[in-house]
Design a protein around this ligand. Structure first.
Ligand SMILES: C[S@@+](CC[C@H](N)C(=O)[O-])C[C@H]1O[C@@H](n2cnc3c(N)ncnc32)[C@H](O)[C@@H]1O
Length: 302
């Protein structure tokens, strides 16, 4: 059945409703802790933070800015590694820094417009009630045509412009020497999903993305449109020394406690490196100047 077409003037767009659901006065992220609803790399293992600390040292950063810091789990590890940490959460302003900026699973929570091709092949905005509204135009249309062209009626795409702008704002605050890394689940132009990726999470389970503040609402990030270099988390973490190699059985005989600790660490590393899970996330990085590019590139290449 064809969707009822309304004007966006009458009904709020998907992005506006998404924004209110997460960040409005009683929005999801005003009340909830991320760890209560989903598991990110910072919850999976301290090995992640230790690798970020090695990256900070490799690029000569004494300060790490954690954008979308949630409950600060990453910061705790980084401080224990001797780094200064600035946590940026809702209502904080972004600082300028010559250090390392990390945004782990932030951009997937930056609300964006969603477009769908109607039965005549025209891209229209999805509205808060999932009906179709006005024709997509202007910068949103240019973004769609460049980054996520829709092919068939019913095809749907998340317009990544708001994520690109949010990331450009972060990158624009890098002082000489600074490096910024956005880490997220996402896709590139060669492999966009045809029906979009908007989904919800509540209490550890995937759920319908209801826009009433009762659940997290997220969509994969168009990693290539952010600009910068892209490396898979698996490769980045391995380059930073994270290894899932299991300890030798001989160690079990000679030092059983160390064997158990190394086995547990190898299990945590395997979760961070799993190519069908966290290891398949993208690290999109940018550096402020040529010297910083060289340092980051060396640290993040195997
Ligand atoms: C999925 S959580 C990730 C939390 C943490 N980085 C982690 O890896 O567990 C996204 C976080 O981004 C925060 N956030 C969303 N928009 C933001 C903004 N404009 N500025 C700062 N933080 C924001 C949310 O409040 C939430 O804590």
């Amino acid at each position: 059945m064809a969707a009822v077409r309304r004007s966006t003037a009458e009904l709020t767009t998907f992005r506006e409703a998404w924004d209110a659901a997460l960040y409005g006065p009683d929005g999801f992220y005003r009340r909830e802790r991320p760890a209560a609803h989903f598991r990110t790399s910072v919850h999976a293992s301290e090995l992640f933070g230790q690798a970020v600390a090695r990256l900070a040292r490799a690029v000569g950063a004494s300060e790490v800015v954690d954008v979308g810091a949630g409950s600060g789990e990453l910061g705790r590890v980084l401080r224990s590694e001797g780094l200064e940490v600035v946590e940026v959460e809702l209502d904080d302003s972004l600082p300028s820094t010559a250090g390392l900026v990390i945004a782990n699973e932030w951009l997937d929570n930056v609300p964006c417009e969603v477009a769908e091709l109607d039965e005549d092949g025209v891209p229209r905005y999805l509205l808060a009630d999932w009906s179709l509204g006005d024709v997509v135009e202007g910068n949103d249309l240019a973004w769609l045509e460049t980054w996520w062209p829709l092919a068939e009626p019913g095809d749907r795409a998340e317009i990544g412009l708001t994520r690109d702008q949010a990331w450009a704002d972060v990158v624009g605050r890098l002082a000489p020497g600074g490096v910024a890394v956005a880490i997220d689940y996402g896709h590139v132009r060669a492999g966009r999903p045809p029906y979009g990726t908007v989904t919800g999470f509540r209490a550890g389970r995937e759920c319908d993305p209801v826009l009433d503040g009762s659940c997290d609402v997220t969509a994969h990030v168009a990693l290539d449109s952010l600009g910068g270099s892209l490396v898979m988390q698996r490769d980045a973490l391995q380059a930073l020394g994270v290894s899932a190699a299991r300890p030798s059985l001989e160690l079990a005989q000679t030092d059983p406690l160390r064997y158990i600790a190394e086995l547990s660490s190898a299990g945590e590393a395997a979760e961070l490196l799993d190519p069908s899970g966290l290891g398949g996330f993208g690290w999109v990085w940018t550096a402020a100047d040529e010297a910083a590019v060289r340092r980051a590139s060396r640290a993040l290449s195997a």
